[in-house]
Design a protein around this ligand. Structure first.
Ligand SMILES: [Zn+2]
Length: 151
């Protein structure tokens, strides 16, 4: 008699716990196994981002692009629309942009370094999102795994 009553109470407690969980997790409502799968997927994405961040080649902030302009001489081909082209590296510094002329033969290397920097920043931003998502899933898993206090 007492055992059955106890079991009923546990079942009731468990049911209550689940309803509260469902209420808190409106919108996601995943079970523990789905949450584990999600965490597994997120873990793989973290590894991919870290792999990018851990690379050795150097990075430079800024962007490399062609600047086309007139030189100011009264008689020059640029006056007829054939603008002078020079490649520059533009680096953001204290809200302003600092320009540096790209030395001959360095264009590809500098472009690659700035692309690497952008890739690094994207991976970092992705990592921030992933960690927030992981903590969210971990908290859901905690609620899913937490049993009612033993009577
Ligand atoms: Zn000119």
């Amino acid at each position: 008699m007492g055992l059955i009553k106890n079991l009923k109470n546990v079942a009731k407690g468990h049911f209550l716990c689940k309803s509260v969980y469902r209420y808190i997790n409106k919108g996601t409502d995943m079970n523990a196994s789905q949450l584990r799968k999600q965490l597994q997927k997120l873990q793989r994405e973290v590894s991919q981002s870290l792999w990018i961040l851990k690379q050795r080649p150097p990075l430079i902030r800024g962007s490399v692009y062609a600047l086309r302009r007139k030189c100011g001489k009264p008689v020059c081909r640029c006056q007829e629309g054939h603008l002078h082209e020079s490649w520059v590296l533009s680096v953001p510094e204290e809200g302003r942009k600092r320009m540096r002329v790209v030395p001959p033969g360095k264009r590809m290397t500098w472009q690659q370094m700035t692309e690497r920097y952008r890739r690094f920043r994207r991976a970092r931003a992705h990592l921030v999102k992933l960690f927030a998502e992981i903590i969210k899933r971990v908290d859901e898993l905690e609620r899913e795994r937490t049993a009612p206090p033993p009577e």
